[in-house]
Ligand binder design. Sequence first.
Ligand code: 5GP
Length: 177
Amino acid sequence: MIIIITGPSGVGKNTIINELSNHINFYFSTSFTTRPRRDNEKEGEDYYFISNQEFNNLIDNNEMLEYEEYGGYLYGTPNSEITRDGIVILDLEVNGATKLLKSNNDYIGIFIDINDDELIKRLVSRGHDQEFINKRMILANSQREHKGEYDYYIENQNLNTAVNNIIDIICKLEEQW
Ligand code: 5GP
């Protein structure tokens, strides 16, 4: 079962997926990116960190299921990640997620969001300046236009509630699968 999780930047997709891993078994699809590694990130776990040249080679060799540019860097899911058994979870930005979701009726899409005040608070706490936050809020509003294309919508006002809602969704889907 392929589950695509998306939502505006700052809504807490990462935190939700990390917390989910304490409750259910799934395979997290590790993407390739040209973004530099952050101090807390592990190669091969959070991402495979590669150069632009390597990324373009993967595209040329048809090894990318989908890819997008985001924040000046490339991010892409290799075909190999979705051939795994069991539950596979992908964490994608909204453009790539929406295109991928439409490409296969069997894929499950979950759109995560929070209200504007909370989103601004989270972006501030990540140390972003006002100009960056304004841009992200404009982007968030255009990303929200895709909400209706998703199978499920989750509000992340409270982490435990959001995680429990996703666990319920996955359990019900597994019964039908
Ligand atoms: P970050 O740089 O904060 O880790 O990720 C930036 C955005 O890229 C996030 O919204 C994340 O969901 C998205 N992202 C990560 N991997 C992929 C991918 O393989 N494809 C697409 N389309 N988006 C990705």
